[in-house]
Write a protein that binds this ligand. Structure first.
Ligand code: WT7
Length: 643
């Protein structure tokens, strides 16, 4: 393999950066590895306002961990109140643009007022620390307001991505034991209204514990309301109070639960807590995004994913940033919508996904070229490995060769960015997340936990605790231990394969488990399989991720049918729609392949590994000695050749 290109930061970038040069990075990293308590204690003291100081920085009994033990703080206080006696008071916290084109600029003072009012509404309806609320909203400022209002009271929120179906929403409400749902009539995407309330109504048929459904009017379309349960946000706001102080909460108080796909059909509710999480996301805003007071920062993720939590809401607002927030699709009304936004708001930091970059590349350079992108100074990437060709385009066409790209590796479970360059310090290699954050000890190991030599592929594990790590899976601590802490003894198992090169740079190769990554969204093969076998015509289903030029992976389903006459074309369409209805439109399979049998081991386990090989390499070269019936593979591979 040829040696990859290396891009050191420019002298100009370094001279203004928060962390300058490799010496700067190494000093931080070494200090954090050698003296974690003083290092993280210092960060927490500098970055966060505490009502009461902690007595111990970290209490580590793997896999149980507590950070800033005994400390008391409030997240909404840190994101809002503490900025109000500084010059940030009248700084824009959110610059929002709706898809149809409306604009709202909300200052820190105004955001504070709106959050206090909504928190007072929740409080007056009896919600208090420890209660759970679901937030199911479009990308509008009220989604942020709802999140912060919950944190003001200590209500544990769980944001459900607006693209999830009623079924998926219901499962999350029930698992969490939520008693409130905060939603909107709908939002806009590609010029159409996407309704949300009907999915809530459907879900709530089976959620008797939900006492309140609060509906923000975004689109104004006809929305039936259920007497006694549903209320309009604006009606409740009429009697809201502007006196609703932030509640001091324990550092380990649960902040939110975010559901993500695991290797079974049931999503995992990843629990993050307060003090360590906020400290870590605030610190990484500065280390990775080199955030300065005058930056205009735009993370294009949706609030429903962890990227939106950590790097639209909590990190940026705690750090006092100006956040651009956009409601709709990147290609509406035309392919230059994003570049219009960058030009209009003079965005200086843009954080997005490789899928979005590849989709934009396909439309041609004329779209970005028609706009003034000179305000940009730093670019970011997250969610999946970025292929070097997409990296080079992002660097050349969007960054004009001036802007470093921070390729940030992390997970829902890690809460914050763990492997990424500090842009004024670390020379970049396209496709590599480069080096670990301060104090993080990442290793590449085999299944016995032994380190593999540089250049060799292995499992990525993390050996030390970090402040924003997940604490458990909501309601299922055993699954948490089993999934993350037993595969390699004493280490956190990431589920990713990776290799480390001779410079210590990490190259993430992708998941090693039955988890797909479609457009940077995590999806479990089992979740899609469970959805498919619920359909009356389906006997068995096996689902694998298939390489896809734009979305990284696409969902490919192998299906055997129950006896009877079937029209494969019509049924294929119906099953794709079925999965979208069961899980959400983003999970809609790219392909349904009907087959007479699935490859299985003698004990009856479906060998997804072989199906992955078929969709990737169009043939099977790997070990098939455990396969029960070889003819299955021959016929599947033959079917592939006909495609
Ligand atoms: C999985 C986590 C982190 C927020 C968005 C996704 C993959 C994530 C990168 C990257 C290569 C990446 C990994 C990881 N991933 N970022 N920069 N390079 N792979 O969060 O849904 O929890 O998914 O996304 O496979 O395990 P998530």
């Amino acid at each position: 393999m040829s040696k990859p290109a290396v891009y050191p930061p420019s002298a100009e970038f370094v001279s203004k950066a928060r962390v300058q040069g490799m010496e700067g990075y190494r000093a931080l990293h070494e200090e954090a590895v050698n003296h974690p308590e003083t290092f993280w204690g210092g960060v927490a003291e500098r970055e966060i306002h505490w009502f009461e100081k902690w007595t111990k920085v970290v209490d580590w009994n793997p896999p149980d961990v507590k950070w800033f033990v005994g400390g008391k703080l409030n997240v909404s206080y840190n994101c809002l109140d503490r900025h109000l006696d500084t010059p940030r008071k009248n700084k824009a916290a959110i610059l929002w643009e709706g898809e149809p084109g409306e604009q709202r600029a909300i200052t820190y003072q105004e955001l504070h007022r709106l959050v206090v009012r909504f928190a007072s509404v929740l409080k007056s309806r009896g919600y208090k620390a420890g209660d759970r609320a679901i937030i199911y909203m479009p990308m509008i400022p009220e989604a942020v307001i709802a999140m912060l209002a919950c944190t003001r009271l200590g209500v544990i929120h769980s944001v459900v991505f607006g693209g999830f179906s009623a079924e998926a929403l219901k499962a999350r409400i029930q698992d969490l034991g939520a008693t409130a749902v905060i939603t909107a009539d709908g939002g806009y995407r590609r010029g159409k209204e996407i309704k949300l309330k009907p999915a809530v109504d459907e879900a709530l048929l089976d959620c008797p514990d939900v006492r309140d459904c609060i509906v923000y009017r975004r689109t104004g379309s006809d929305t039936p309301m259920k007497e006694g349960r549903d209320n309009w946000w604006h009606t409740l706001d009429e009697t809201a109070s502007e006196d609703c102080p932030a509640v001091p909460l324990d550092s380990e108080h649960p902040l939110y639960v975010l559901y993500t796909s695991g290797t079974t059909g049931k999503p995992k509710g990843i629990l993050h807590t307060t003090g360590g999480y906020l400290t870590y996301v605030t610190a990484t805003m500065k280390w990775v995004f080199d955030l300065r007071e005058e930056d205009t920062y735009w993370c294009s993720a949706d609030i429903g994913w962890v990227t939106g939590h950590s790097y639209i809401v909590y990190g940026p607002l705690a750090a006092g940033a100006t956040n651009v927030m956009y409601e709709g699709a990147p290609d509406y009304p035309a392919f230059d919508r994003w570049w219009r936004i960058v030009e209009k708001y003079k965005v200086s930091i843009l954080y997005t996904s490789p899928t979005a970059i590849r989709a934009l590349i396909r439309q041609g350079d004329q779209w970005p070229d028609a706009h003034d992108l000179s305000s940009l100074r730093l670019l970011g990437s997250v969610g999946e490995p970025i292929n070097p060709a997409a990296w080079e385009w992002y660097h050349r066409v969007i960054g004009k060769g001036r802007c470093p790209i921070v390729d940030t590796w992390w997970q829902t479970e890690t809460g914050g960015i763990l492997i990424a360059p500090m842009p004024g310090a670390v020379p970049l290699k396209p496709g590599s997340g480069t080096l670990p954050m301060p104090g993080l000890v990442a290793d590449i190991v085999d299944l016995n936990g032994f380190e593999v030599p540089p250049g060799k592929e292995g499992y990525l594990v993390l050996r030390r605790p970090w402040p924003s790590m997940a604490r458990t899976i909501w309601g299922d601590p055993d699954r948490y231990k089993e999934q993350y802490w037993t595969k390699v003894p004493g280490a956190y198992f990431t589920g990713d394969a990776a290799r480390c090169d001779e410079d210590g740079y990490y190259w993430i190769l992708g998941r090693v488990d039955d988890v797909m990554n479609v457009s940077g969204h995590r999806l479990s093969t089992m979740e899609v399989e469970s959805a498919l076998v619920k359909h009356a015509a389906v006997a068995e289903a096996a689902v694998v991720g298939k390489p896809h030029e734009i979305t990284g992976q696409a969902v490919c389903c192998f299906v055997t049918l129950k006896k009877g006459q079937h029209d494969h074309d019509a049924l294929g369409k119906e099953l794709r729609q079925w999965v979208a209805h069961e899980i959400g439109a983003f999970a809609r399979p790219e392909e349904i392949r009907f087959t007479d049998a699935l490859p299985k081991t003698r004990s009856g386990k479906i060998m997804r590994r072989l199906l992955r090989e078929i969709v990737t390499n169009h043939t099977v070269a790997g070990d098939v000695t455990t396969l029960e019936d070889m003819s299955v593979i021959t016929s599947l591979a033959a079917q592939q050749d006909e495609d």
